[in-house]
Design a protein around this ligand. Structure first.
Ligand code: NAD
Length: 256
């Protein structure tokens, strides 16, 4: 139903979770792909799966916390700049607010916010005449902090919202920019977190205890593909008048 044929999409964090699901949905819709992640192994696996849809797939091992690597990526993309950008890579590392040191803070901000800023800047420079679409991934945590130990994450994720809306306003004539706000999504990252938290018996400590599940109107976590399908819609021409929007894909979590 939704076609991205003739389009080229860059997706970050494509080795896993929401990023991988998005890559597969985009490939199915006919988009050529530039997949970015620091995890080379997972990236290769996503690339192979996406390639089965017969689209062109290029993979790039990039540590997005390093601007030099981001600049080198866009240098490599010269002549085939994407017209869709999905900034999805992110880390949800828990640390008590009082334990956050400069190195940790800088790294989280570099991955979750600064990289999104620089990626958008490169994208806008190359697409402001020809047009394009940006989809940035924030989190319900930015709007309703429910877990202890994510102040740094929340700060970055609300920054992503401000950045996206600024771009939507400034470049709206040619570029649509929107924010996805996932709720609890059962990705590899979240599964690992749950497992570790349960093993360490500190589910209560990080605050994701029973009240989180009780707040879920749909009574379950989401699947990565349920987020990917909304990203696909936003990337497509079906969303041609959607710009600067902040769209929860959270099963109703924020509305309860
Ligand atoms: P995930 O951990 O499954 O995947 C994230 C990917 O980002 C990984 O492949 C990882 O290697 C990559 N990445 C991390 N640091 C990187 C770096 N420095 N350079 C390049 N790549 C890097 O995560 P997910 O659960 O699919 O989450 C995807 C996005 O959605 C994240 O931005 C996350 O904050 C956001 N989010 C997730 C949930 C959830 O419940 N899963 C909820 C709200 C928001």
């Amino acid at each position: 139903l939704i076609s991205l044929s003739g389009r080229r999409a860059l997706i970050t964090g494509a080795a896993s979770g929401i990023g991988r699901a998005t890559a597969l949905r985009f490939a199915e819709a006919g988009a050529d792909l530039e997949l970015v992640d620091v995890d080379e192994f997972g990236l290769k696996a996503t690339g192979e799966l996406a390639g089965e849809f017969g689209v062109e797939v290029n993979v790039h091992r990039v540590d997005l916390s390093r601007k030099v690597e981001i600049d080198a990526l866009w240098e490599a993309l010269k002549g085939r700049e994407p017209d869709i950008l999905v900034n999805n890579a992110g880390v949800y590392w828990f640390r008590d607010f009082e334990e956050v040191d400069e190195g940790f803070y800088e790294r989280v901000m570099a991955i979750n916010l600064h990289s999104v800023f620089w990626m958008c800047q490169h994208f806008v420079r190359t697409r402001k005449e020809r047009g394009g679409v940006i989809i940035n991934v924030s989190s319900i945590e930015a709007f309703l902090p429910f877990a202890r130990g994510l102040a740094h994450y929340d700060t970055a994720k609300l920054g992503v919202v401000a950045l996206t809306r600024a771009i939507a306003r400034e470049y709206g004539k040619r570029i649509r920019a929107n924010v996805i706000v996932p709720g609890g999504i059962e990705t590899e990252g979240v599964k690992k977190l749950k497992k570790e938290a349960i093993m360490k018996f500190d589910m209560e400590k990080i605050g994701i205890s029973f009240h989180f599940n009780a707040r879920l109107p749909m009574g379950r976590f989401g699947e990565p593909d349920e987020v990917a399908r909304v990203i696909l819609f936003l990337a497509s021409d079906l969303a041609s008048y959607v710009n600067g929007a902040v769209i929860p894909v959270d099963g109703g979590f924020l509305s309860t």
